[in-house]
Design a protein around this ligand. Structure first.
Ligand SMILES: NC(=O)c1ccc[n+]([C@@H]2O[C@H](COP(=O)([O-])OP(=O)(O)OC[C@H]3O[C@@H](n4cnc5c(N)ncnc54)[C@H](OP(=O)(O)O)[C@@H]3O)[C@@H](O)[C@H]2O)c1
Length: 234
C-alpha cells in the first residue's frame, strides 16, 4: 500500500523556499511530530547541504554494515538520484538521523551506478525510464519497509513531481514573516504551468497555529481530484 506522503517546508509568505534564513529549530521540531518511517529527500537538497562535498567522493569498496538493531526506530532515508550524482551513499548511512539508506534510480541507470550501490551494500530500487517512477518507488518503500508515513525533505522540484503525479496526501508549511520576491523558480511547488485553473489542487485546512517569532504553521490535506465518471456502455 502507498504510504501517506507529507511535504514539510519552511517558506516565506510569498511561497519561496530560499532567500531567507529559516527557523531551523522550529522547522525540525515540527518535522519530528510526523514520526515518519521514511524520509524522502531530494538529491539536490542533499548535495547543497553541508554534507554535499562528502557525497561526491566515491569511497570504493566498503565492508558490509553490521546487522541492524531491530530496536532502532530512526527512519530510512530514500533518495531519487537518476542522474548518478551521489557517489558516497555509505556516508549518508553514518549520519545520525537515519538507520539506513535506500537509493532510487531509473531502470536505465548506468551499470556503474548499480555497481556502486552493490559495492557500498546499499539497497536500491530501479523504476521509470529517465527519472524515478515515484509511484512505483513509494509502493516499493511501503512494501519493503512497511512504511506508513513518508516525509518529503526537498525543494520545489521533487515536491512538484510528487504533486503533479497526485502522490501527496498532506502539505505542512511553516510560513515565515518574510517576503522575498524574485524571478527564479524556487517556489515550494515547481512544475510546468497549468493550462487552466482546473488543475489546481484543492486542499482542506487541517490545522493552523501561530508560533513565536511571527511563524505560522499551516497544515493541509490534499483532496484527491475527482476522476471523470466512466462512460456508460449500452
Ligand atoms: N525551505 C525548505 O523547507 C527546504 C526544504 C528542503 C530543501 N530546501 C532547499 O531546496 C533546494 C533544493 O531544491 P530543488 O528543488 O532544487 O531540488 P530537490 O527537490 O532537492 O531535488 C530534486 C529531486 O527531484 C527529483 N526529480 C526531479 N524531477 C523528477 C521527476 N520528473 N520524477 C521523479 N523525480 C524527479 C530529482 O531526482 P534525480 O536526481 O533523479 O533527477 C531529485 O531527487 C536547496 O537549496 C535546499 O536547501 C528547502
Amino acid at each position: 500500500m502507498k504510504p501517506r506522503v507529507i511535504l514539510h517546508n519552511a517558506i516565506s509568505a510569498d511561497g519561496r523556499t530560499d532567500g531567507f534564513q529559516p527557523d531551523l529549530e522550529a522547522y525540525y521540531g515540527l518535522a519530528g511530530r510526523f514520526h515518519e518511517d521514511v524520509t524522502l529527500a531530494g538529491s539536490q537538497t542533499l548535495l547543497e547541504s553541508p554534507d554535499g562535498p562528502a557525497l561526491s567522493r566515491d569511497p570504493g569498496n566498503v565492508p558490509e554494515p553490521p546487522a541492524q538493531d531491530p530496536k532502532d526506530v530512526r527512519p530510512i532515508l530514500a533518495v531519487p538520484d537518476s542522474r548518478d550524482r551521489i557517489k558516497n551513499w555509505v556516508f549518508l548511512r553514518t549520519l545520525p538521523y537515519w538507520r539506513d539508506v535506500f537509493a532510487l534510480s531509473s531502470s536505465t541507470a548506468p551499470q556503474e551506478q548499480v555497481e556502486r550501490f552493490r559495492r557500498q551494500h546499499i539497497p536500491y530500487f530501479l523504476s521509470g525510464r529517465e527519472r524515478v517512477d515515484l509511484a512505483a518507488a513509494l509502493s516499493s518503500i511501503g512494501g519493503r519497509f512497511g512504511a506508513k508515513t513518508v516525509r518529503v525533505d526537498a525543494g520545489g522540484t521533487l515536491n512538484g513531481a510528487l504533486l503533479r503525479a497526485g502522490l501527496v496526501d498532506e502539505i505542512s508549511l511553516l510560513v515565515h514573516p518574510r517576503f522575498v520576491g524574485g524571478m527564479s523558480p524556487r517556489s515550494v511547488f515547481k512544475a510546468d504551468d497549468l493550462e487552466t485553473d482546473e488543475g489546481a489542487l484543492e486542499l482542506n485546512l487541517a490545522g493552523n497555529e501561530t508560533l513565536p517569532g511571527g511563524l505560522v504553521w499551516l497544515r493541509y490535506n490534499v483532496i484527491p481530484p475527482k476522476t471523470a465518471p466512466a462512460p456508460v456502455e449500452d
